[in-house]
Design a protein around this ligand. Structure first.
Ligand code: UGA
Length: 436
């Protein structure tokens, strides 16, 4: 099939390359000429495992091209909207400027043979208002939310947990469903569940999923706070409740909490939209989810300050991690970098290391000290804090090796990813999040 993908960020670039890998002919469009140049040369503009390989593979077939020229959408009949919907500067709502611009840019090229497929995360009701504009051209608009995780984006795109199609009622919806089935023929052939809904349900499925995940993380972080007041161990608690299949162990990792370009802004946008709908009280708990999450960053800072005797002024602190999670170079709303910035603000001599995210971190926080080499970051440190659970810190850093480099013996485990006994055995003072 001939597809266009508008917006070539984490979502769009991976979607474009994955669709080309599946055999479709794809043109990816973005306003950022530098990004387009990199993608055209087969290079990923950000770190995402497997993306360079599929870009190279699809590039060789000639089925995948990238451009800044919107008129190239005329080469396709199915158009994916994959632009960002960040938090607005003036409040919690989502900024729909890029989605509106993408649809406006498409309109001149649409006719009754075309299908517009929204993938961006949008407030419920957005698709219905855009559908009216698209319908004037004779084309149909559907919403097909994306559930990919950064770090596993290619796998999640090619073999998703489920497909959700939000389509209009009647023949137009049935026809759109047939077209999407053809786009996703490989996934459907593999038995991946597909749920066909109306537009509002599809939009809500996405924000509800992210709200649930954020709530699950803040739930366990709330339990960590109770554990801290009682001497209990939240990781054992999570293991124990996680054995109940109704609860499940995944996303019960207590620590410095969630960040990234999705969960934080999505729960805020959901709250703002619910308030507009007069249903603010239905999701008022998401404000608490947000508040618990932000408190945990501060708690990690407090553990360092207390562990160093009440002040970090002039103390060298090795911060292991900058990205919002491992397998990513994304630093958007990164709890890890936030902790580093707070410690720096308290007068500490902070040294940040990360295997992938330093370039992005330096761009946003040029005043911090960065070291790509983990051991250089550890050398002479009065305290060490792990804030992103990369294997380089979780599995590959032995407590005795760290002890041979650092001056102090305080290790704060902001992700509860280390073995306390192993660190204590060689003389470290180990402090976890919600662990005795
Ligand atoms: C999230 C969702 O998981 C995807 O399904 C969704 O498609 C995506 O947002 C999106 O809306 O585009 P992502 O932002 O890539 O994906 O990251 P997650 O793996 O969900 O992690 C989010 C944050 O939660 C990270 O900072 C991670 O460190 C934190 N986390 C995760 C915890 O603190 N504890 C856990 O147990 C799990």
């Amino acid at each position: 099939m001939k597809l266009s993908v508008i917006g070539c960020g984490y979502l769009g670039a991976v979607h474009a390359a994955s669709m080309a890998k599946l055999g479709h002919e794809v043109v990816g469009i973005d306003v950022d000429a530098q990004k387009v140049a990199l993608l055209s040369a087969g290079q990923a503009p950000f770190f995402e495992p497997e993306l360079p390989e599929i870009l190279a593979e699809a590039g060789q077939t000639g089925r995948l091209t990238f451009t800044t020229d919107m008129s190239r959408v005329a080469d396709a009949t199915v158009h994916f909207i994959a632009v960002g919907t960040p938090q607005r500067h003036d409040g919690n709502a989502a900024d729909l400027t890029y989605v509106e611009a993408a649809v406006d840019g498409l309109l001149p090229y649409l006719n009754a043979d075309h299908l517009v497929v929204g993938k961006s995360t949008v407030p419920v009701g957005t698709a219905a208002s855009l559908a009216a504009r698209v319908a004037e051209t004779g084309a149909t608009l559907v919403w097909n939310p994306e559930f990919l995780r950064e770090g596993f984006a290619v796998k999640d795109t090619i073999t998703p947990d489920r497909l959700v199609y939000g389509v209009p009622a009647g023949d137009a919806g049935a026809h759109a469903t047939e077209i999407l089935d053809e786009v996703y023929a490989a996934a459907i052939g593999a038995g991946i569940p597909r749920i066909v809904t109306d537009l509002s349900t599809a939009e809500l499925v996405k924000v509800a999923a992210n709200a649930f995940l954020a709530t699950k993380i803040s739930f366990i972080n709330a339990m960590a706070e109770i554990a801290e007041a009682t001497g209990a161990d939240v990781t054992q608690l999570a293991d124990a409740i996680g054995h109940d299949e109704r609860i499940g162990r995944r996303f019960l990792g207590a620590g410095i909490g969630f960040g990234g370009g999705c969960l934080p802004k999505d729960i805020r946008a959901f709250t703002a939209r619910a308030e507009e709908l007069g249903r603010g009280s239905s999701v008022a708990f998401l404000k608490e989810v947000d508040a618990i999450n932000l408190r945990r960053r501060e708690h990690a800072v407090t553990l360092v300050v207390d562990g160093l005797g009440g002040s970090v002024v002039g103390k060298r602190i090795a911060v292991l991690g900058a990205s919002f999670k491992p397998h990513s170079d994304d630093i958007r709303d990164s709890p890890a970098l936030d902790v580093a910035v707070r410690l720096h603000g308290l007068g500490a001599d902070v040294v940040v290391t990360d295997p992938q995210a330093l370039e992005n971190a330096r761009r946003v926080h040029p005043h911090l000290h960065y070291e790509l080499d983990r051991d250089t970051a550890l050398a002479g440190a009065d305290a060490v804090i792990v804030v992103t659970e990369w294997d380089e810190y979780r599995r590959e850093l032995s407590p005795s090796h760290a002890a041979s480099l650092a001056t102090g013996r305080l290790i704060v485990d902001g992700r509860n990813c280390l073995d306390p006994a192993a660190w204590r055995a060689v003389g470290w003072e180990y402090r976890g999040m919600g662990r005795p």
